[in-house]
Design a binder for this molecule. Structure first.
Ligand code: NAD
Length: 489
């Protein structure tokens, strides 16, 4: 069984802790590690190490800071398969999904290598004769990330590379459910030779998060996870005077118009709804068919759901892995039951799934709930499992109204071959990520990972220029150098 250690001030430290969280391979049921549930002491040690490293790190020229990231990028690429295997084993996704996750992480490192350009300030000369005004971007200080379980490799990279390149020092708090991926990645981080204390990792759950939110040294916090925790963290971090951004949960709708290419729409929507076992914040979880799209789409999506190959993500041919743990399986199955009680029918029912050879795995086969009623619990609640609800309306306007009635705003998609319908949707849909004939509208690293309404609390997002903004603070200098002071040498 692997030991989960903290990484503080350039050292691997075994915490002296009594409480642990079991890390179980969700496909095989094997106990792989136990996450130490650290608290204030470990966070304090990491914050102090990061604070001690900050003055020297911010003075390293930016073009030299990004050299470390170039090295990290090469190491991540060289170790892609091994990191991906770790992700599959602890988070349950297929090997291909895990590799795709790490490609996104690497992409963020590459974009952050542009910090010499992205982090530049501005100057306007002669705002009055002999007076210049300069805007500098300076690092914020010690920053921290609190990560969720569903993308253990990628999500810290929406932030970490930008923060480091901008001259900040850092603490990562991985999800206690999936600590092994960051253990592996920090072994690579160790090889790039960063000065001690520039990056640190503390393992734990609520207690560690609370210690981060309360620690006076930590100046900025990013969070990705459920909406309930995002709200809590946002309120507490703000009250403690920290810069904060918190990405929350989602319930992503897709509209299918009758003029859509149904083969393409079905394949892409099935991949979105059931990929990563539906545990993606951009997973489509409600499909709204318009007019005569209903029958064809329902038939085709039920077929796609019932033929998906479910199993252990490292086995070849597997298209979908398990959900994260037994508690999640129970919750997903209960919510399917809630849907049925509310009047939905279940043409494809994934409850009670057992995969041969992996009887201890926490699998839920793809599930379709049809005739989901607007406003019902199942139409509103994030299920975070491979469950797609179907709804039906008669017009595009009704469909957009339904999309916009939801509390979340992470993603909304439309399948159509009509340019004007696409434009109307893009214009009116209330979500931060929009897909037109796209099922997972994940922004590239040079765009912000947006989110609206109850899917996001804050201002600047992760990735790209938003991350540069978040991890730098602006300082405006007004300088007067009168001509008569010029000396003649
Ligand atoms: P979670 O909220 O349970 O946990 C996220 C992190 O918060 C973990 O590190 C955990 O240790 C910590 N935490 C949990 N409860 C806490 C509490 N009461 N106080 C302080 N800290 C606490 O989320 P999860 O189950 O790990 O992740 C799944 C959720 O994340 C889903 O809702 C999904 O939609 C969301 N998500 C959102 C995005 C996005 O970009 N909007 C991306 C990925 C995942």
């Amino acid at each position: 069984m692997q030991k989960i250690l903290n990484y503080i001030n350039g050292e691997w430290i075994e915490p002296k802790i009594e409480e642990y969280f079991d890390v179980i391979n969700p496909a095989t049921g094997e106990l792989m590690a136990r996450t130490p549930l650290c608290g204030a002491d470990a966070v304090d040690a990491a914050a102090k190490a990061a604070a001690a490293a900050f003055p020297a790190w911010r003075r390293v020229p930016v073009q030299d800071r990004v050299q470390y990231l170039f090295k990290l990028r090469d190491l991540l690429k060289a170790n892609l398969d091994e990191v991906a295997r770790t992700i599959t084993n602890e988070a349950g996704k297929t090997f291909e999904e895990s590799k795709a996750e790490m490609v996104r992480a690497i992409e963020n490192v590459e974009v952050a290598c542009g910090m010499p350009m992205m982090g530049k300030g501005e100057i306007v000369e002669d705002i009055a004769p002999g007076i210049d005004e300069i805007m500098l971007r300076q690092p914020v200080g010690v920053c921290a990330t609190v990560a969720p379980f569903n993308f253990p490799g990628m999500i810290p990279f929406w932030y970490l590379p930008y923060a480091l390149a901008a001259g900040n020092t850092y603490i990562v708090k991985p999800s206690e459910k999936v600590p092994m991926t960051m253990q592996f990645i920090f072994k690579l981080v160790e090889q790039i030779g960063l000065p001690k204390g520039v990056v640190n990792m503390v393992n734990g759950a609520k207690e560690a998060v609370d210690a981060i939110l309360e620690h006076p040294i930590i100046r900025a916090v990013t969070f990705v996870g459920s909406t309930a925790t995002a709200k809590y963290l946002y309120a507490k971090a703000s009250a403690n005077g920290k810069r904060v951004q918190a990405q929350g949960g989602a319930k992503n709708p897709v509209i299918v118009l009758p003029d859509a290419d149904m083969d393409m729409a079905t394949k892409i929507i099935a991949d979105s709804a059931f990929g990563c076992a539906g545990q993606r914040c951009l997973a489509v979880s409600l499909a709204v068919t318009v007019a005569e799209a209903r029958n064809t789409f329902t038939e085709m999506i039920c077929d796609a759901a019932s033929t998906r190959v479910v199993g252990y993500g490292l086995d070849s041919g597997v298209q979908m892995g398990p959900v994260i743990n037994a508690a999640s399986k129970t919750r997903v199955e209960q919510l399917i039951g809630v849907g049925a009680k509310e009047g939905a029918s279940i043409p494809v029912d994934g409850r009670g799934t057992v995969v041969k050879g992996y009887e201890r795995g926490t699998f839920v086969r793809p599930t379709i709930l049809s005739e989901v009623r607007p406003g019902s619990e199942i139409a509103k609640t994030e299920i975070f499992g491979p469950v797609l609800g179907l709804m039906h309306v008669n017009t595009v306007d009704e469909a957009i109204e339904l999309v916009n009635s939801g509390q979340y705003g992470n993603q909304a998609s439309l399948f159509t071959s009509s340019g004007s319908a696409a434009r109307k949707f893009r214009y009116e849909a209330e979500a931060g990520n929009i897909g037109i004939n796209i099922g997972v509208a994940a922004p590239m690293a040079f765009f912000p990972f947006s989110g609206w309404k109850q899917s996001f609390f804050g201002d600047m997002h992760g990735q790209g220029m938003d991350a540069v903004e978040f991890f730098t603070q602006k300082k405006v200098v007004v300088e007067r150098w009168p001509k008569e002071w010029s000396r003649k040498f």
